[in-house]
Design a binder for this molecule. Sequence first.
Ligand code: NAD
Ligand code: TYD
Length: 360
Amino acid sequence: MRTYVVTGGAGFIGSNYIHYMFKKYGDEIRIINVDKLTYAGNLENLKDVENRDNYTFIKADVCDAEAINKIFEENDVQRVVHFAAESHVDRSIKNPTVFVETNVLGTLVMLNAAKAAWELPDGTFKPDHKFLHVSTDEVYGSLSNPNDYFYETTKYDPHSPYSASKASSDFMVKAFMDTYKFPANITNCSNNYGPYQFPEKLIPLTINNALHGRKLPIYGDGKNIRDWLYVEDHAKGIDMVQEKGRLFETYNIGGHNERQNIQIVKTIIKTLQELLPDDDPRKANVSEDLITYVTDRKGHDRRYAIAPDKIKAEVGWYPETCFEDGIKKTVKWYLEHQEWMDHCISGDYQKYYDDMYKNR
Ligand code: NAD
Ligand code: TYD
């Protein structure tokens, strides 16, 4: 039985990945989820797997070398999938420090721990032990020519403190691969959407605000472009890269699904209007009149777009969920999980929201 350490498994993509892996492998694998449970970590995301015999949760900070080393000493970990990170660009603009701590130092701690556990006396590594570092397309910067795409060979050009910290962590993983032949892969994925995404990000924030009849903030002119991927397709891509990809390689994950932010917001409004029954009092709130253009994000990248040619050719991965289906599934999920959303927006969320959007 293969044992996985999944960091950040209580967050948006990590929890979807854990669901995907248990759906695919059942009792053939064991997962140890290591998560600090920051504001973005939520064990409610994993309610339906928490009682499995082959699932363990450990509350730990990836920067805590002692705690992380202990996990490797006590378990024969064969796979690491490293999601844990501070992930929100707007927060990184307000407070970059924690992004360097978790994303850069935390990644180094994970690499050191896996290397110490897996390295053999002759400097090679235990066979079939692998580390996958989950990263973002934002490390490549912003595209200005409409015919350009991000390839694995595109030069890194990060702009936000978030993307700079992810780029630094990618370089540290590359350094381990180049220096020690440490068995790893890096994936750089485009924007994800789907269930369990914290409502600081565009799609869940828009759904939640629209249902409450609150303004829908659009930064700048609303024409910035992101390349959206349904989260389960990302989870599948990570697993396929780890099992079928060539070691030491980077794979871009994305699905040629570019949309302007304003298109995304309008699609959500339309989908909510379609899915909400006429007798639901929230339906009256949902209208394009809520759209409000606000001051742009500082240093706002204009366009991201992935060329997924390499992962398609080498690994056979392709995105299965088209945007029309994915956004419908996503909106439906949020409508059916109002209680989950209510828990997210209680506590510190209101303060975050006021800090970020009041007088903007
Ligand atoms: P998220 O913010 O929803 O979740 C992050 C998780 O990491 C949370 O559970 C949090 O508690 C945990 N965490 C944070 N700091 C930690 C620490 N110091 N120690 C242990 N755990 C810690 O993020 P997400 O959107 O699920 O993103 C997961 C990963 O995927 C990140 O590395 C991110 O850079 C990358 N990524 C995200 C997207 C996207 O669209 N969301 C796209 C490409 C890549
Ligand atoms: P976001 O979901 O924060 O992801 P990222 O910045 O990592 O791409 O934002 C997606 C896009 O939506 C980005 O161009 C910023 C924009 N945006 C808004 O216009 N309004 C909002 O309230 C938020 C959160 C984002």
